[in-house]
Design a protein around this ligand. Sequence first.
Ligand SMILES: [Fe+2]
Length: 138
Amino acid sequence: MAIEWSKALECGDVEIDNAKKQLVDIINVIMRVSTDKQHITFNKILVAGLSKSLGRLFFKEERLMQRHGYRDAREHGIQHRDILDAIDDYAGGETGIILQTRSPTITIIIGSLISHIESMDRPFAQFIQSRRKSYQSP
Ligand SMILES: [Fe+2]
């Protein structure tokens, strides 16, 4: 399972787009190494770092949604909280039990992130793109 970056995921806000692009890279690295036991520590660092950068990214996204009166902002925000909660549970869980690279938890977290990007961020990016276009047209 991997996710590919595409123009369709860009909302036009450089900060959000760059952060999202980085997120996609991190997801793909985690997906690649998550079955390799030698990378347990590396994996832990990546996942711990995710929480911080995701918090910032989600905040910026939600601010942009509010600014543009995005219809699904509430539902989208709830999904952000659920993902952050899942990551915090994972990162704060019992080391050695939960932080097993083969644990389904990491797969579930990464799966929910991929699903979020595909099902919620993609339509949001399209909405913002069309908004920007309508501002630009005469
Ligand atoms: Fe989002």
